[in-house]
Ligand binder design. Structure first.
Ligand code: SF4
Length: 433
C-alpha cells in the first residue's frame, strides 16, 4: 500500500526514561514496550521508524515507564533512575509529526491515583537504537502541507501583516492572524496567510457534543484545553471575502469549516450555507470542506446542495456504547451521523472519516465490523489521526473493557482495504478540484 522508504532498527530499541530535570536517557538493557489498550506488548522491529522530523518527545510527570527485561521476558516498572539511585525515573512518549500514525502507545504506571490528566497530545511508544530515536508509527500521508521545513517564520509574519492590512475590518482574518497564527501557530492558519493548500474557517462558539478529548472546552477535572474557543460567528460575507482569493489562487486549495478552536459548525448551518453560495458564486475552483461531528443530517444535505464538496466526520468509535461514552452527544446519536453520511453521498459529495486511532481499541475486531458498517454507506477516505488524550485517563472515563481479538493498526487498515478496495487512506483532507 505505502512504499517502505524508512529504515527499521535491526533489533528491539531500548527503553527511554527521564530524570526529574527532564533529561532523557536510554536504559542499559530494558527494551521499549508498546501499550495496546490495557496490554503491554513488545513491538516488532519493523513497527519502528526513525522519529519523524517535527515530532516531540514528552516526559510524563509522576508516571513511571514500563520496559521489557530481555532475560526474563517480563515487563518491568522502572521507578528509579539506574544512573541516580534514589532518584525517580519518568516515562517518555512521542508526539508524532503530522502525517504519521501511531501503532502503539507509550506504557506507563501512574505514581499515585489522584493525578491530573496529561495534556491533549498523543503519546506514542518510542525507543532508542543505533544512536537514534525510533517511534512505532508509519507515514500515512505523503502530502507535506504541515511539514515544519516548509514554515518560514519571517515570511509568515510578513504575510500575516499583509493579510491584516488587506482585510482591516474582517473579524475572521483578525482571529486567524492574531489568535491562530501568532498565538497557537496553527499550521492551517499559517498556510492560509501563505496562500497555499488548506485554510481554516472557524465559525461556531457552541457545540452539541461534550467530547472527552475536546481541544477547546473541558470540564473542571478534565485535561487543560489546548485552544481557546472562538467567541463570535463570522458573517457569510467575511468568510467569502477571506476565502475566495484562497480558493482562486492557492495550490491544491482546500478551505475547511470545523477547527480545533471552535465548537460544532453545523450549529451555524445558515451562515455556512450562505457563505458556500457566495464562495461558489465567485469561483468553482478549490475544495470546500466541512470537518464536523455530522450530527444534523438535514443541514448536511442543505450544505451539499449549496456547493459543499467534502465532509470529514469525527469518529472515536463506530460502536454506539463507545461513541456515546466519548462524544456524550446532546440531542443526536450515531444514527444521525450515519444518516448525514448517507445524505452527503446521495448528494454526490465526498466523505472522509476522521478516525481517532487508539491502539488496542480502534483495532478490535468488533470495532472493525462496526467501522465496516459505516464505510459501507459510501465513505471514500479514512484519515488515520492519533487520538490526542491521556490514554489511561480516557480508558477509565469510558469504562474500557477489552472486547476480544485485536487486528493491530496495520492489520485493521489492511482488512478495511481488502473489504473496500476503493477506500483511500491518509491523514489530511484531500483537494478534490
Ligand atoms: S464535536 Fe468538536 S467542538 Fe464539539 S465537543 Fe467534540 S471536539 Fe469539542
Amino acid at each position: 500500500m505505502w512504499p517502505r522508504l524508512l529504515s527499521h532498527p535491526r533489533s528491539s530499541p531500548r527503553l527511554l526514561f527521564a530524570d526529574s530535570k527532564g533529561r532523557i536517557y536510554d536504559h542499559p538493557h530494558l527494551l521499549a514496550l508498546g501499550l495496546s489498550g490495557l496490554d503491554v506488548v513488545l513491538p516488532e522491529p519493523e513497527d519502528f521508524i526513525p522519529l519523524p522530523v517535527g515530532s516531540a518527545l514528552y516526559v510524563l510527570p509522576d508516571r513511571h515507564p514500563v520496559g521489557l527485561d530481555p532475560e526474563s521476558q517480563t515487563p518491568v516498572i522502572l521507578r528509579e533512575n539506574p544512573f541516580q539511585p534514589g532518584e525517580p525515573a519518568f516515562a517518555v512518549a512521542g508526539y508524532l509529526a503530522p502525517a504519521h500514525t501511531q501503532l502503539y502507545l507509550a506504557p506507563y504506571l501512574e505514581a499515585r491515583p489522584d493525578l491530573e490528566p496529561l495534556p491533549l497530545f498523543s503519546y506514542a511508544c518510542v525507543g532508542w537504537a543505533g544512536g537514534r530515536f525510533f517511534a512505532t508509527a508509519f507515514r500515512s500521508d505523503f502530502d507535506h502541507r504541515q511539514e515544519v521545513r516548509f514554515f518560514d517564520e519571517e515570511r509568515i509574519e510578513t504575510r500575516a501583516r499583509e493579510m491584516l492590512s488587506r482585510f482591516p475590518r474582517n473579524r475572521l482574518v483578525k482571529h486567524l492572524v492574531e489568535n491562530c497564527v501568532r498565538r497557537y501557530r496553527c499550521p492551517a492558519a499559517r498556510n492560509f496567510v501563505l496562500g497555499r493548500w488548506e485554510a481554516p474557517i472557524p465559525t461556531s462558539p457552541a457545540c452539541n457534543a461534550r467530547c472527552l478529548g475536546c481541544l477547546s472546552l473541558q470540564e473542571e477535572d478534565g485535561p487543560h484545553v489546548a485552544q481557546e474557543r472562538l467567541s463570535f460567528v463570522p458573517s457569510p460575507e467575511e468568510i467569502a471575502e477571506a476565502m475566495v482569493p484562497h480558493l482562486k489562487k492557492a495550490p491544491r486549495a482546500v478551505v475547511s469549516f470545523g477547527q480545533g478552536c471552535e465548537g460544532e459548525p453545523l450549529l451555524q448551518a445558515r451562515t455556512l450555507e450562505q457563505a458556500i453560495s457566495l464562495m461558489r458564486k465567485s469561483t468553482s475552483r478549490g475544495t470546500i470542506n466541512l470537518n464536523t461531528n455530522a450530527s444534523q443530517p438535514e443541514a448536511v444535505a442543505r450544505l451539499r446542495r449549496a456547493g459543499l464538496d467534502s465532509m470529514r466526520v469525527s469518529l472515536f468509535s463506530a460502536r454506539n456504547f463507545l461513541y456515546q461514552a466519548y462524544f456524550r452527544p446532546r440531542n443526536y446519536d450515531l444514527q444521525d451521523v450515519k444518516e448525514s453520511i448517507r445524505l452527503m453521498k446521495e448528494g454526490g459529495g465526498f466523505v472522509s472519516l476522521n478516525l481517532f486511532v487508539f491502539p488496542g481499541l480502534t483495532d478490535e475486531r468488533e470495532e472493525f465490523e462496526a467501522l465496516c458498517e459505516v464505510v459501507s454507506l459510501g465513505v471514500d477516505f479514512i484519515q488515520l489521526r492519533n487520538m490526542a488524550v491521556d490514554p489511561l485517563w480516557l480508558l477509565r472515563r469510558i469504562g474500557f473493557k477489552p472486547q476480544g481479538e485485536n487486528l493491530g493498526i496495520r492489520g485493521l487498515v489492511a482488512a478495511l482495504a481488502q473489504r473496500f478496495p476503493r477506500l483511500r487512506f491518509g491523514y489530511f483532507n484531500p483537494p478534490l478540484r
